[in-house]
Design a protein around this ligand. Structure first.
Ligand SMILES: [Zn+2]
Length: 65
């Protein structure tokens, strides 16, 4: 049974299948798409943390005034 990338339908290599088992994201991705999605996830996390930091900072400033 061949496993295909959910995004570009390329056949996954043994190494890419192992990667998906190590870092399950709910879908099977080839190395290229995996990297692409990781960047999106990292950007999302960075944006979320930036938002949280802003809220926290705003609260601190609010308390002082
Ligand atoms: Zn792909």
């Amino acid at each position: 049974m061949n496993l295909l990338c959910s995004e570009c339908s390329v056949e996954l290599s043994k190494f890419e299948i192992q990667l998906n088992e190590l870092y399950p994201v709910g879908k099977l991705y080839c190395e290229f798409c995996q990297t692409k999605h990781e960047r999106q996830i990292i950007k999302q996390i960075a944006d979320d943390e930036a938002d949280m930091h802003n809220d926290y900072t705003r609260e601190l400033i609010g308390d002082k005034k």
